[in-house]
Design a protein around this ligand. Structure first.
Ligand SMILES: [Zn+2]
Length: 104
């Protein structure tokens, strides 16, 4: 979970959205869930508000479990495992476990 950040490109590896790829829009760290662009679209009823005069049904991405996704490596062109490596400045960076490309 800690290895995925907002803005990452991930691939859904299980559930009905399996195989979908998208950008992480939101990380809900305390629940271990993510919102991924174009994945797990759900319909919501929008009530009319002062800003939006017309109510109706809007489609919006729902949160999915972080364990259902893997980081996508643009070098390997596939979902990959991530490994962490400590840099000299004491911060860790993420590397693709396949090809050692730095993913941060
Ligand atoms: Zn890779």
């Amino acid at each position: 979970m800690a290895s995925i950040k907002r803005g990452d490109t991930v691939v859904v590896i299980s559930g009905k959205d399996r195989g979908s790829r998208g950008k992480v829009l939101k990380v809900i760290a305390d629940k271990g869930r993510l919102v991924v662009e174009g994945v797990h679209k759900q319909k919501h009823h929008q009530k009319p508000t002062q800003k939006i005069m017309q109510g109706g049904i809007i489609t919006k991405e729902g949160a999915i479990d972080a364990s259902n996704v893997m980081l996508y490596c643009t070098h390997c062109h596939q979902p990959v495992k991530v490994k962490r490596q400590m840099k000299e400045d004491g911060h860790s960076q993420r590397l693709c476990a396949n090809c050692d490309t730095v993913l941060d």
